[in-house]
Design a protein around this ligand. Structure first.
Ligand code: BGC
Ligand code: BGC
Length: 815
């Protein structure tokens, strides 16, 4: 899909360039791509705004001029490049005078994802000190993704993800959250967060839907303003931001949430009017509030990558919207501009980007950019403007000069008042969709079972961007100041004189009056969360649990954890009460405050959340038929009873799939197909549910293979993903059993022979291993091939590429 789009762009730009060749400064790396007419913005149509005058005074500008006057060209180029801590050391700054450092989602100090605040502070200080002592003596700006609290840090305060905050419809709450988050970030020495996200997601298949606040541009604008004011504090002319405040980032400019089919980093194919009305509204609000930085979106508008779109970055954002801060790129995003590579891309700076995010590509990028600046491929005026903007942000943060603002207060991390705020936010994020017979609140004295995969699981309730990028291995031990939902509810139930059991698989013996079942989407971030449809699929175990409880006459309250509204008609019908709880963070007690009546018969709080997006009536996205409109939500004062909702997904759920899935519950999803040698027999079997797997029997030596038109899996490689086989070995054989991926193989015969009889096993092989063995991950047309001798019998349930939180070794290589 994306591949085709890119080809189309290349053709378009080429023919558009033909007519205007004379004006184009031609370079090997396309110094400036003209943008196609339907991807050229008309600034006069856009809302006007201005950064506050207090962002930089006349004397601030004079100070910046003085600093710039003594900078060399290399020092200037360094200011516009940002590297990731996983690929640079403070010592490197002596030779490479870079302007900024980030710690991406998977980057902890010295490779430790679980470093504490003091360790972060030490690392940041080392980078600050190294940059102050060398070259132009200008400290680096240090940025992180503190996107729902200071979320890379164990023990930090973790707020609900943005979609849950959207449900609260409460800008004042957002401002308080911004202030608390900033205090924790600054408390560990860090200057800058890549938040807030101002996306207005249009297709909930998008894996970043939960990073957007709501479907309503006006609410997103109000929140953008409030979050910037909370993070940065009040902007005062001639004074730096305070020691408990940090720079904010309005991201991702523009229409990250408007891409076709909800594809992450995809293409928003929409007219300019819609681009403005739907997606742009948050930016004037954030800019007016003083946002010091804006991040360019990976995505395209009508085929042109935003990182290279001068009409958007320069004419609209800096011109019409009067943005005086800096525009940072996204993770190697410049490399996606046609004609660019991650290490060579004057087109991005020439289009208006001020700071390349070049996590691991900074060194060569630095050399190439110096050469291009010297040769005038990047005009001096443009370079100087970019450097001035970077310095303006540093000056406003109080980083320049003899007495810099000192950001360091480790006690702010996980402070009691912040945790109380996160609890309040979690409570306010809940949306009650159904409460038949008033099953909620849980009555004093009730006997309650809390079950389901999210009942006692910190990763499920915190979601992506927590500890790690994907958030898959977050544990309760990471947040001793948090409570899982199950334990928080149990505590209140018991305090109100009742009995409670937390049992994720529900295997408790005694019959309960009410079961709270916490069902969930598994954590994900970015493109890893893109899905082919928005149907919630309960596992066979979950369905069995619900059936058993219903057969016993136990009433069911479903607490649904998800990064987006999902089609869950059957589940809603099976439940007496249904609560959309989004990704509430670590403070499970916020949920107990609303769900459990205290001894006086009343819960601490009523439901106040209302849907931030419409809730679907089937598996289609964009929504055709909402079951509940945006703004819907009931509460204890307005109970009502819900009739039966639709259970038909109105589409073939097996047909759709992504580049990452090759075998889904026994079926090969499009665009893939199965090819097997004649000697291999195939039949559908039941592994854990009806026909959820297929059994393959090698009656002769042969190859079983899944094939399709090639997909690019380089990002999955970079992120350390693995190939997962979820299968059962029914009959092992002597000799090699080779698993191959994109042309490279490993013999896993020993593991196959060691597999326990009769039960499913999970085999994980890192993509890195295949890559090191020669696989080409840019064009994977054969993501799975199993070559085995006659006699092997195996039942395959799932095969896919996925993120893992742990390091998996490569299989041993047999000669
Ligand atoms: C994401 C950004 C994030 C950046 C740094 C990118 O992949 O799109 O939202 O700020 O990485 O981690
Ligand atoms: C993410 C970064 C993350 C990195 C992992 C990027 O796409 O946005 O934040 O750290 O991948 O290598």
């Amino acid at each position: 899909m994306r591949k085709t789009a890119l080809v189309a762009v290349a053709v378009l730009s080429a023919s558009w360039a033909a007519g205007s060749r004379a004006e184009q400064p031609l370079g090997p790396a396309a110094a400036m791509m003209p943008t196609a007419p339907d991807a050229t913005a008309h600034p006069a149509l856009w809302p006007a705004s201005r950064s506050p005058a207090a962002l930089s005074t006349r004397s601030d500008e004079a100070r910046i001029s003085t600093i710039m006057a003594r900078m060399t060209l290399e020092q200037k180029v360094g200011q516009i490049i940002q590297a990731d801590i996983s690929a640079i050391t403070p010592e490197d700054l002596e030779h490479y005078p870079l302007g900024s450092i980030l710690a991406g989602g998977n980057s902890g100090p010295n490779g430790n994802e679980r470093a504490d605040g003091a360790t972060w502070d030490k690392l940041v200080s080392a980078f600050h000190a190294a940059s102050r002592q060398s070259g132009a003596h200008i400290p680096v700006l240090f940025g992180v993704d503190a996107v729902h609290g200071h979320s890379n840090l164990p023990g930090a305060t973790i707020f609900p993800h943005n979609i849950g905050l959207g449900a609260a419809h409460d800008p004042a709450l957002i401002q308080r959250i911004g202030a608390a988050t900033a205090a924790e970030i600054a408390g560990t020495g860090i200057d800058w967060t890549f938040a807030p996200t101002l996306a207005v997601p249009q297709d909930l298949r998008w894996g970043r839907s939960y990073e957007g606040y709501a479907d309503d541009p006006a609410l997103v604008a109000a929140y953008g303003k409030a979050m910037v004011e909370g993070l940065q504090g009040k902007m005062v002319a001639g004074q730096p931001l305070g020691a408990r405040h940090v720079a904010a980032t309005a991201k991702h400019f523009l229409a990250d949430g408007g891409t076709a089919d909800g594809k992450d980093q995809g293409d928003a194919k929409i007219p300019e009017i819609q681009l403005i009305a739907r997606h742009a509204m948050g930016y004037p609000a954030a800019i007016g509030a003083g946002a010091l930085t804006v991040m360019a979106s990976f995505s395209s508008w009508n085929g042109a990558k935003n990182h290279g779109n001068k009409s958007l970055l320069t004419d609209v954002l800096k011109g019409r919207m009067g943005f005086a801060g800096l525009i940072v790129g996204d993770w190697n995003g410049h490399g996606q501009i046609p004609g660019c590579t991650v290490t060579d891309c004057p087109a991005a700076i020439n289009a208006g980007l001020d700071l390349y995010m070049a996590p691991d590509s900074w060194k060569l990028l630095f050399a190439n950019t110096v050469r291009e600046a010297r040769a005038g491929v990047i005009p001096a005026t443009r370079l100087n403007d970019a450097v001035r903007r970077v310095l303006r942000v540093k000056l406003k943060l109080g980083m320049l000069g003899a007495k810099p603002v000192l950001r360091s207060d480790h006690a702010a991390v996980g402070a009691a008042d912040h945790l109380a705020l996160a609890r309040e936010a979690a409570a306010k994020s809940l949306v009650l969709i159904k409460n038949d017979g008033g099953v909620l609140p849980l009555r004093p004295g009730a006997n309650v079972l809390i079950a389901g995969p999210g009942a006692d699981n910190m990763a499920m309730q915190a979601g992506g961007w927590t500890i790690t990028w994907q958030g898959t291995d977050t544990s309760a031990a990471d947040f001793p100041n948090g409570q899982t939902i199950g334990h928080a509810i149990a505590k209140e139930v018991i305090a109100a004189g009742g009995q409670a059991t937390v049992s994720p698989d529900g295997a408790s013996v005694a019959k309960a009056d009410v079961a709270v079942i916490v069902l969930c989407e598994r954590p994900y971030a970015e493109f890893q969360g893109d899905v082919p449809d928005i149907a919630f699929r309960a596992t066979p175990e979950e369905e069995a649990l619900i059936a058993r409880l219903k057969a016993q006459g136990t009433r069911i309250v479903t607490v649904f954890l998800s990064g987006r509204p999902m089609f869950a008609g059957k589940l809603i019908n099976q439940s007496d009460a249904f609560v959309a709880a989004w990704l509430p963070g670590t403070q499970g007690n916020g949920l107990a405050d609303v769900l459990v009546a205290r001894a006086n018969g009343k819960p601490l709080r009523n439901f106040t959340g209302r849907l931030p997006f419409a809730w679907p009536d089937d598996a289609h996205s964009p929504l055709v038929n909402p079951a509940f409109p945006a703004g819907y939500g009931i509460d204890y004062a307005h109970p009502g009873s819900l009739g039966k909702v639709n259970e038909d997904p109105r589409m073939d759920l097996a047909a759709a799939a992504s580049a990452d899935s090759y075998f889904v519950r026994g079926k090969v999803p499009a665009p893939w197909h199965l090819a097997a040698d004649g000697g291999i027999t195939v039949r559908s079997v039941d592994l854990s549910a009806q026909e959820d797997a297929r059994q393959f029997i090698w009656t002769a030596d042969g190859v079983l293979s899944i094939e399709g038109s090639p997909v690019n899996l380089m990002r999955q490689l970079d992120e350390g993903f693995v190939l997962l086989l979820d299968w059962r070995i029914d009959h092992a054989v002597a000799g090699p059993v080779k698993v191959s991926f994109a042309g490279a193989s490993f013999d896993i015969g020993d593991a196959v022979r060691a597999a326990p009889a009769g039960s499913a096993i999970q085999t994980r092989i890192p993509l890195r291993c295949f890559h090191d063995a020669g696989a080409n991950l840019t064009a994977v047309g054969a993501p799975l091939r199993i070559t085995a001798p006659a006699g092997l019998a195996a039942t395959l349930r799932n095969a896919r590429v996925e993120a893992v939180g742990i390091t998996v070794p490569c299989p041993a290589v047999h000669p």
